[in-house]
Design a binder for this molecule. Sequence first.
Ligand SMILES: [Zn+2]
Length: 254
Amino acid sequence: MLGWYRDQLRQFGFVTATMLLFRVATSRILVNLANKLLPPTLSCPCCGWSGRKFYDYIEVGYTVRNAACPRCDSHPKHRQYFLWLTREYKLNKKTGVAVIFAPERAFNQVWQNTKDLRVFRVDYETTRDIDAQVDLQELALTTNAVDLVWCHQVLEHIEDDAAAMRELNRILRPDTGELVVSVPMTDAAATVEYGFPDPKESGHWRIYGDDFVTKLEASGFDVKKVDFVVSAREAAKFGTSDEAFYVCRKPSVG
Ligand SMILES: [Zn+2]
């Protein structure tokens, strides 16, 4: 929490950062109270937590109610990915080498449970628990060597996302390797570039449109949108979202 506050101070100054801290603290106290006093109706598939309310996700400019797991910090999309990874993708049966960009705490356990997959956790920053620091625009990783690349909500943080997509394509094993990827998207046809990392959009360089798929294809990927739905009852219980994500393969040349 202290690191988060320092970050907000740096970006927004004392008044805005302190007001934000106050809102986050008040909201958390109320959620903790609800979780103590009321019978549980929600559950986090990633870590097994159960309770009445998830934490609100509060940033400058927007708030998402009932979003983050108090124990593992999973968000609705993570809980959706987790159910897909374990139920449909059968992650525990995968073999080879996996590279996880910006590893989310909510998936620590699931990556540890993949006995035949050698998992490397990497990030541009060293604040997370990682195995190596990398720049996605210029990866120090071998060509055609990775069987699974996990890259969620990362590309929007990168200035030259075309270079990053080319690098993701380069490291992937042809034909059988898979990139699992998502970005923040709107219903618009075209991506809107900000030209700078917007602090009011969590430092994103852009918001993607439908052309995200075209961008991936231009980088050499075959792209498949993941068609995975849970029942309305489970969606309510686990607090999942149905945001789009994609599995991409690299066809071998010739
Ligand atoms: Zn959790």
